[in-house]
Design a protein around this ligand. Structure first.
Ligand code: SAH
Length: 344
């Protein structure tokens, strides 16, 4: 019998959604369950055409593996597998997924921004990154972070549906507490995610916000989105997230020597966000092509982290992983675009 289902029909649906779709086409629920679970959990099913997207590139160094997926229209996205250690000392693998081809936000320190926004990824294209990592690369994924290419809140409906599929206990079964969404500070998106989180099932979802600067003036130079939503509006949206029952937030701070590393900025950060349950995540800047900025050295990182800790805020350093593979934060840009980018 020829396969009757396209991979994307499984990847874009929860089990319940797939069953409804299948039933409408005359496939009874038990058969539909076997098809969806076969494809999602086992990786293949005779009734589903194999996913034609291919991992077109796999770069790895000791710590990370980066892969590119070529989608149906030829567009490519990158995803990164990151190793880590959980609270109990167990090894855990995090998959960093992309939500868009390119990105429209224009942050001046991020390589993806140089691509501009090409298009949003469909839910199936987001899930395909999980499916490929799990079933083609053999990774056992514990955590998912929407921190790859793109601004997740700029593709809200598709990332929310992706989260619903990822958390489906009959399929990927990744608990909401193991899924994190990182945003540039897209207030409308934060508000919509707050509603979805509070509506049930996603209470323990994690939310991260890239802050990176002490005030709107400086932040606008690095992150143009600031002209649409200033830091006060971001802080208000985060208070509403907490009021609605959301977990403590992650405030991301990319540490760029001479730009964002002034220890006095820690005070400004605490003045604005200190009343909100959160943790500051210092991300040492990863150099990108076309910028003269350099990575911070250890004393610079230590000094800034101490300044944040001195304000009473909790602070962590994000491990620098994948720089050599070009798979570290802010370095994701697809190979085809990179080849066209002249070295400056
Ligand atoms: N658009 C989302 C998610 C993608 S970026 C967001 O802005 O949060 C994920 C994180 O990487 C963000 O905190 C961003 O500030 C950070 N980042 C971007 N470029 C970077 C670079 N060159 N070095 C280190 N971190 C970077």
């Amino acid at each position: 019998m020829d396969p009757t289902w396209h991979a994307d029909e499984c990847l874009s649906c929860t089990l319940q959604g797939f069953r409804e779709r299948a039933e409408a086409q005359g496939t009874p629920a038990p058969a539909a369950t076997a098809i969806w679970r076969g494809f999602m959990v086992e990786g293949a099913h005779p009734s589903v055409k194999p996913d034609e997207r291919r991992c077109t590139e796999i770069v790895g160094d000791q710590d990370t593996r980066k892969f590119a997926l070529r989608h149906e229209d030829g567009a490519e996205t990158e995803s990164v597998l990151l190793p880590g250690v959980g609270k109990t000392g167990r090894r855990r693998t995090t998959l960093c997924v992309s939500s868009q081809v390119g990105c429209a936000m224009g942050c001046t320190f991020c390589a993806t921004a140089t691509m501009g926004r090409n298009r949003n990824l469909q839910t199936a294209e987001i899930l395909a990154q999980w499916h490929c990592a799990t079933h083609e690369l053999g990774a056992s994924i514990d955590n998912i972070v929407f921190m790859g290419m793109g601004e997740p809140m700029d593709n809200f409906d598709n990332i929310l549906q992706a989260i619903k599929v990822l958390t489906d206990g009959a399929g990927p079964a990744i608990g909401a507490r193991h899924i994190g969404v990182s945003t540039v500070g897209h207030v409308e998106g934060i508000e919509r995610l707050t509603q979805a989180m509070a509506a049930g099932g996603l209470r323990s979802l994690r939310l991260a916000v890239s802050i990176n600067s002490p005030d709107d003036e400086r932040r606008s130079e690095l992150m143009p989105i600031t002209r649409r939503w200033g830091l006060d509006e971001v802080a208000d949206a985060l208070r509403k997230w907490i009021a609605a029952g959301g977990r403590p937030l992650l405030l991301e701070w990319v540490l760029i020597p001479g730009v964002t590393d002034n220890p006095q900025y820690a005070r400004a950060l605490a003045d604005r966000f200190g009343d909100i349950p959160c943790r500051v995540n210092v991300i040492p800047y990863n150099p990108i092509e076309g910028r003269d900025w350099i990575a911070p050295d250890q004393p610079t990182i230590d000094t800034f982290m101490q300044a944040v800790a001195d304000t009473g805020m909790r602070v962590h350093r994000r491990a620098t992983l994948g720089r050599k593979a070009g798979g570290a934060c802010g370095q994701l840009i697809t190979a085809s675009i990179r080849r066209r980018t002249p070295a400056r």
